[in-house]
Design a protein around this ligand. Structure first.
Ligand code: NAG
Ligand code: NAG
Ligand code: NAG
Length: 316
């Protein structure tokens, strides 16, 4: 009798144990899954689990205003929605949406100039539609997005917008950082002047700006550093495909196959983007307390999309 009992115990325990083991493996994905089909299944499962875990915080607002859909690009002929995240191969995916919109025979995405895809009329945006038309598209179209490690994305945004010459970003954001965190009551008018004076915003100033409660008082973060989940609402929309910058080439191939254009459109070759190797170096000047607060600010991007918590800069 007792032997029978322990046998039935094993019959229950072993499968449950294996199941737990399986789901724990899904956890903060290490991007080790090689099978692209399985990889998608794991990312979707993680998204579901994390959204469930964070539902108090993440399902709060009902998406009624068009403002929440500013980053959604529509292709009506193929019934596709692409939520673009700046700093995550977004120019190349916009090029592909542009090529799809022009129709067959498809031109080479690489031949489309980057400036032309950023013009307002180049692509169809979900915000151009009425609330009813938006709802239908959100519910029935194939939805995809590309994400990347949140801290690497911030570094990439900082490099592009504040380390290179970008006067509009200086006057809209950089100047504020110089005023508030470099103690300049009357900051220089142009980025060239601020550089000449050696007062340009540092990466730490950028982090201070992100952590400053005053920053979002009059509006959300700029899209280049707004949390990915606040741009694309992954807890309200069941994405059909979640791509990662870290596995861009393979994911691009898989997605084009899913859209049935893999023989007609080629994803442009990409230059090496910012990688996580330099995270430690970049965060050297950021005090530990601020690193932790920054992680907290982007925590759900890490969790929902399966990026590993950067212990190496948060725990010491
Ligand atoms: C990937 O995994 C799926 C689902 O388990 C399986 O059907 C498929 O054969 C696998 N593909 C490769 C190339 O191993
Ligand atoms: C700016 O001024 C404040 C108050 O005078 C001071 O505590 C702070 O250290 C100064 N910061 C810099 C970067 O000079
Ligand atoms: C990009 O980086 C990878 C890995 O670090 C390397 O193998 C590859 O050659 C690099 N590609 C280019 C175009 O630099």
């Amino acid at each position: 009798m007792s032997r029978y009992k322990s046998f039935s115990f094993l019959m229950v325990f072993v499968p449950v144990f294996l199941l737990v083991l399986y789901f724990n493996n899904i956890d903060p994905e290490k991007n080790t899954e090689k099978n692209v089909t399985l990889r998608q299944a794991q990312r979707k499962e993680l998204r579901r689990k994390m959204c469930e875990l964070g539902k108090e915080t993440l399902y709060g607002k009902i998406l009624t205003t068009g403002k929440n859909f500013e980053n959604f690009i529509v292709d009506d002929s193929r019934k596709i929605l692409y939520c673009y995240v700046p700093k995550v191969a977004c120019t190349n995916w916009k090029r592909i949406m542009y090529v799809l919109k022009k129709g067959e025979p498809y031109i080479d995405p690489l031949s489309v100039h980057r400036n032309s895809v950023h013009q307002t009329k180049a692509l169809d945006y979900l915000t151009d539609f009425s609330p009813e038309e938006r709802e239908i598209r959100l519910r029935t179209y194939t939805k995809f997005l590309f994400v990347r490690d949140p801290f690497v994305r911030l570094i990439s945004a900082f490099r592009q917008k504040f380390q290179s010459i970008d006067e509009p970003f200086y006057s809209n954001y950089g100047k504020t950082m110089v005023r508030l965190y470099r103690n300049q009551s009357d900051p220089p008018k142009t980025q060239r002047e601020v550089i000449a004076l050696g007062l340009q915003p540092t990466f730490y100033n950028f982090v201070q700006y992100l952590l400053d409660p005053r920053t979002e008082r009059y509006g959300p973060f700029n899209e280049h550093w707004r949390q990915m989940h606040r741009l694309c609402h992954p807890c309200m929309l069941e994405y059909d495909f979640i791509g990662h910058q870290e596995t861009l080439e393979e994911d691009a191939g898989e997605l084009l196959k899913m859209l049935e254009v893999e023989n007609k459109i080629h994803f442009p070759p990409t230059k090496n983007a910012t990688t996580s190797d330099f995270i430690k170096e970049w965060f050297k000047t950021v005090p530990l307390e601020d690193r932790r607060m920054l992680y907290n600010l982007y925590k759900w991007d890490f969790k929902i999309f399966g990026f590993k918590r950067p212990d190496e800069i948060l725990d010491s």
